[in-house]
Design a protein around this ligand. Structure first.
Ligand code: SF4
Length: 388
């Protein structure tokens, strides 16, 4: 692969599957040219700025009916640390985040735990809700009414009805596609006891969000047993949905990190080279889409991620830990700013909905419209609250 060839590839809006497969497996000597092409594509379509979302992390419940081989977040009822937040806890964290200039309330939770656990059904009954999704909807609305934070829920698979309901109380939502490889559900693989990780079901949720014009976050989890071809095909599945509905507001490239106590504790982690190739190919396949990689899972290689063509650092919290990867602290925001600027970019705080998708979110409900109009600046990014 030569720089000239990559330059030629960039003349088209997106590289082909064959090119993507070639680039994602390129030898080390060709990596600098791939990264240069990806960064050029980023600068052409997303010039000068790198964004992040200042957030609080609200683990509404860590009970989950799935058992993914890499997950340290989930608990069964009665496990140490099993917890469902009550409304007072939700509001207390959101208010604390508001004081620290946060603009996103990220709701993370296990997928429909009440279907497996009677204890969760009791908890919901006690709180006065029919299901975890009813409770999530109420908590999104509570945060929206009582604070300046904007909710971004990640509740797992959603029906058309629930996408519609949640879209009136949150300007965006998310579901990681992770991988289109169905073999990850085979015995002994990462998703062998995770029925909600069936790729077809996840694609259906993302497609339904597209039909309803809901700004949507998705992405890949790399290093969970998939092949390089799977990575390309997963990116292409996302691109296909985005071409049909135009609603993919960002694509996250997340790398598996091994942790003690999980079934995949001894599985190999993807290398930095794999991560950079995947990000670069994502950028070249989807030059105009926002591409994100989590800095805390890739420390200290921030500069390299920027070189591979990301334009967003994702959610970063000055208050709450990353409950999904608690052993990996968020970077200090000032350090992230310094290092982003040293690479020639401006670091800007965005809302949980990207500027180009604000119009879709604003149309969803009067309450959301009101909150978004107060939270955005003239470029559609976050107005930095005075308390920050
Ligand atoms: S990754 Fe998500 S769906 Fe899988 S076990 Fe953890 S919380 Fe449940």
């Amino acid at each position: 692969m030569t720089a000239a060839l990559i330059g030629q590839d960039l003349a088209t809006p997106s590289i082909s599957r064959d090119q993507a497969l070639r680039f994602i497996t390129c030898p080390d000597r060709e990596l600098p040219a791939l990264l240069a092409a990806a960064r050029a594509a980023k600068e052409k379509f997303k010039p000068r700025v790198i964004t992040y979302s200042r957030k609080v992390f609200l683990p509404l419940t860590n009970l989950c009916r799935d058992y993914c081989g890499y997950c340290t977040f989930r608990r069964d009822p009665g496990d140490p640390g099993a917890h469902t937040m009550n409304p007072d806890e939700v509001l207390a964290v959101a208010r604390e985040g508001e004081k620290l200039g946060c603009t996103e309330a990220l709701f993370s939770l296990g997928d429909k735990p009440e279907l497996l656990f009677p204890q969760m059904r009791d908890t919901m009954r006690h709180l006065g809700y029919k299901s975890t999704l009813h409770y999530l909807e109420a908590m999104c609305e509570l945060v929206l009414r009582e604070t300046t934070l904007l909710p971004h829920p990640n509740p797992g698979l959603l029906s058309a009805e629930w996408i519609a309901r949640l879209s009136t109380v949150s300007p965006s939502m998310g579901l990681m596609l992770e991988s289109t490889n169905r073999e990850l559900l085979n015995p002994g693989a990462a998703h062998d006891n995770a029925p909600d990780k069936l790729p077809a079901k996840r694609l259906r949720t993302i497609e339904e969000a597209g039909k309803q014009r809901v700004p949507f976050t998705t992405g890949l989890l790399i290093g969970i047993g998939e092949t390089m071809t799977d990575r390309v095909d997963t990116l292409l599945a996302i691109l296909d949905l985005h071409r049909r509905y135009g609603h993919i507001q960002e694509v996250i490239i997340q790398n598996f990190r091994a942790k003690p106590g999980i079934p995949m504790a001894h599985s190999p982690e993807p290398t930095l080279g794999e991560m950079l190739r995947t990000i670069a190919v994502a950028r070249l396949l989807m030059p105009i889409v926002n591409i994100q990689a989590p800095p805390n899972l890739n420390a200290p290689y921030y500069e390299e991620l920027l070189d591979a063509g990301i334009n967003d650092w994702g959610g970063i919290s000055p208050l709450t830990p990353d409950y999904i990867n608690p052993e990996k602290p968020w970077p200090h925001l000032e350090q992230l700013r310094r290092r982003t600027e040293a690479k020639g970019f401006q670091l800007r705080q965005r809302l949980p909905v990207y500027p180009e998708f604000l119009h879709s979110a604003i149309s969803k409900s009067p309450l959301l419209s009101d909150r978004l109009r107060s939270a955005r600046d003239h470029e559609g990014l976050a107005i930095i609250p005075r308390a920050a």
